[in-house]
Design a protein around this ligand. Sequence first.
Ligand code: RIB
Ligand code: CA
Length: 326
Amino acid sequence: MSDSAGTPDTRPRMIVDCDPGHDDAVALIVAAHVADVRGIVTVGGNADLERTTHNALVMRDLIGIDAPVHRGCGHPIVAKPHHAPSVHGESGLDGADLPTPVTPLDGTDGVGFIIDTCRAEEGLWLVPTGPLTNIGLALRQAPDIAERIAGVSLMGGGSFGNRSAVAEFNIWADPHAAAIVFETFEHAPGSLVMAGLDVTHRFQVTPERIDATRALPGQLAEILTGLFEFFSGTYLTRHDDGSMRGAALHDPLAVLAVTHPDLFSRRRRHVAVETTGDLTAGMTVIDERKLLERQAPNCDVLTDVDSEAAFDIVLDAIRASDPRIR
Ligand code: RIB
Ligand code: CA
């Protein structure tokens, strides 16, 4: 692909599969700045599919990218749908006056879009930042794409949970889809990267970072300031852990793990997903045994991030995305 001047775009090419969602919105802004976004697919999660799809269209207009938006699945493969209004508000993006989207939806078969695009173009990254329903169904319906993609860099999982003691929301919301994804990478040649809570809780929207966002000129910075204040507000009222100084900005890390891998510490581990346990459904079971008989790794588990450098990229992306301050 080339830009308007004919210069080849050598940035990583990716499809972002998301449930906007405050942190998904930031992931889209960052992806538009540091990657070649070949498409945006929506999934039910933080809010229902209609709302997450609406929010993705709003964000595409605000960012000003011409990537297609395709509506994906609103219902997990087996589990019942669950949403997170206590974290993201009823709209999924509470906290700012958002413009009505003007660019129409490009399609309503997100899974088919993923399959067709991966078959047409080798070496794409799939970057899911919501429940893995679309990705799991795409891999189940078209196993051949596993050999064609560069990998999957997902936000989800961890050695502890947020929706239960052991399950993180994206995995918990559709554990059967997540199990398909992690099992695929027992054998697929591509990379599976997991930005779980262990790393994302280290990347917080602190008051200083909200102030730095507020100091930026332009409409997008003003909107993000409101979104950050809302998102951090719901986080801080729900946590009694003094280490949390703002919302964990989970989803952009799944993008940066692809474009800026040196910002992260990681461990190669075998990870599997529990799908049935009364207490453990949605748990990412990470094999940390020091025994030779441990299972062969299928995943890069991210463990730490250079948060200052990562948030500087977020600020750069906001600056770059607002036409008024380019
Ligand atoms: O558990 C955090 C994840 O769940 C994030 O992706 C957030 O946007 C929600 O989807
Ligand atoms: Ca998300």
